[in-house]
Design a protein around this ligand. Structure first.
Ligand SMILES: NC(=O)c1ccc[n+]([C@@H]2O[C@H](COP(=O)([O-])OP(=O)(O)OC[C@H]3O[C@@H](n4cnc5c(N)ncnc54)[C@H](OP(=O)(O)O)[C@@H]3O)[C@@H](O)[C@H]2O)c1
Length: 336
């Protein structure tokens, strides 16, 4: 079989195609023939050795996100059968409840090898079945970005109809958050660097769009759009550079889901205290959240937004497309 790995994690050009014998499933394991994969911003950080405390393990197989078909199972497998359509979960071993320390070390394509291979083995506990109405390419977008967005909105205090959700930018996490919030009856305000992207976000259900290049004080625009109250939820993918404005855009007592690290900067903690903001750190989510999200995706017939699909042989081009940040939604790789 063919697989990609990162011998030195020195950048996208380090992504190297290699061959290995097909793995055989052991007790409790499922063998997947991978049919599609998707990229996350995190995969750019992994490829350049900027992800996690110890950097990238030499030779790591990248990517957390993929979807495939079960082609064989080991002894004692009850949760899947040959022919089933499956996504491995992002954090292997986090089945439900609060995240456990060991699972944090077992994120696919980060702490342990990922899924950018023709075949992968997964423990039967660390997988979910794909909603029937989704293609493999659509399903491959779910494990990281979609579960993160779901956790941000429903993982603690669940979003209520009529509340306002602010999403930053038009990347993978933000577009899923827009779709889930819209389906849940919430009002979505989106920001973006581009009016053309804002038009796409409005078509997906955003009630309002703010171009943060033209309107650098976009927190004021959010407050104006909400009658001075502010957003009930902020899906904060920007990091330290956007967090002060996100806090100012949130209502008093509002929820700010800390997700991303796209920008750097300094944080003054005083407004968090004075405005009673609830800051919640998010690290993707559990299998339980993934399954609950899939039920909502099935019920609302939600379709992941795929910006562009690349062939397996063009994996480096797919990474470069994500890095250029012209996309809306997800960048996908399809099996040969
Ligand atoms: N904590 C977790 O569990 C978790 C999970 C997934 C992702 N993340 C993090 O969340 C972030 C987003 O990930 P992703 O995969 O969704 O990224 P992505 O698909 O690469 O999207 C990035 C988009 O963010 C927007 N953006 C860039 N700079 C911005 C800024 N200063 N203000 C507002 N928007 C900005 C841009 O869209 P526009 O051109 O429309 O502005 C850009 O296309 C990354 O930092 C990633 O590491 C964390």
């Amino acid at each position: 079989m063919q697989f990609y790995h990162l011998p030195k994690a020195e950048g996208i050009d380090d992504l190297t195609l290699a061959e290995a014998p097909e793995p055989e499933p052991q007790r409790g394991q499922v063998k997947l023939r991978m049919r599609a994969w998707s990229l996350n911003y995190r995969d750019l950080m992994v490829a350049t050795g900027r992800y996690g405390v110890g950097g990238t393990k030499p030779g790591l197989i990248p990517l957390s996100d993929g979807a495939g078909e079960v082609v064989a199972v080991g002894p004692d497998v009850r949760r899947a059968r040959p022919g089933d359509r499956i996504c491995p979960t992002f954090m292997q071993g986090w089945l439900g409840g609060e995240v456990i320390a060991e699972a944090r070390q077992r994120a696919l394509g980060g702490g342990i090898d990922g899924v950018l291979a023709d075949y992968v083995l997964v423990d039967q506990e660390d997988l979910v079945h794909i909603p029937d109405h989704l293609s493999f390419e659509e399903a491959a977008t779910l494990p990281c970005a979609a579960v993160t967005a779901w956790n941000a909105l429903f993982g603690a205090r669940a979003l209520r109809p009529g509340e306002t959700v602010l999403v930053l930018g038009s990347g993978g996490v933000s577009v899923f958050a827009l779709q889930f919030a819209h389906a849940a009856g919430a009002r979505v305000i989106a920001t973006s660097s581009s009016d053309a992207k804002l038009a796409r976000l409005r078509a997906l259900g955003a009630a309002d769009g703010i171009n943060y290049r033209d309107t650098p004080d976009w927190q004021e625009a959010v407050r104006a759009l909400t009658g001075g109250r502010g957003a009930d939820y902020v899906v904060e993918v920007g990091g330290a550079g956007t967090l002060p404005r996100s806090i100012a855009a949130a209502r008093i007592g509002g929820q700010v889901a800390l997700i991303g690290v796209l920008t750097g900067g300094q944080i003054d903690p005083a407004p968090i205290m004075r405005r009673n903001i609830v800051l919640r750190g998010i690290f993707v989510g559990s299998r339980e959240m993934f399954a609950a999200m899939n039920r909502a995706i099935t019920h609302h017939r939600i379709r992941p937004q795929i910006d562009k699909v690349f062939a397996f042989a063009q994996a480096r081009e797919a990474y470069r497309h994500l890095q250029a940040a012209g996309h809306v939604g997800k960048v996908v790789i399809r099996a040969a």
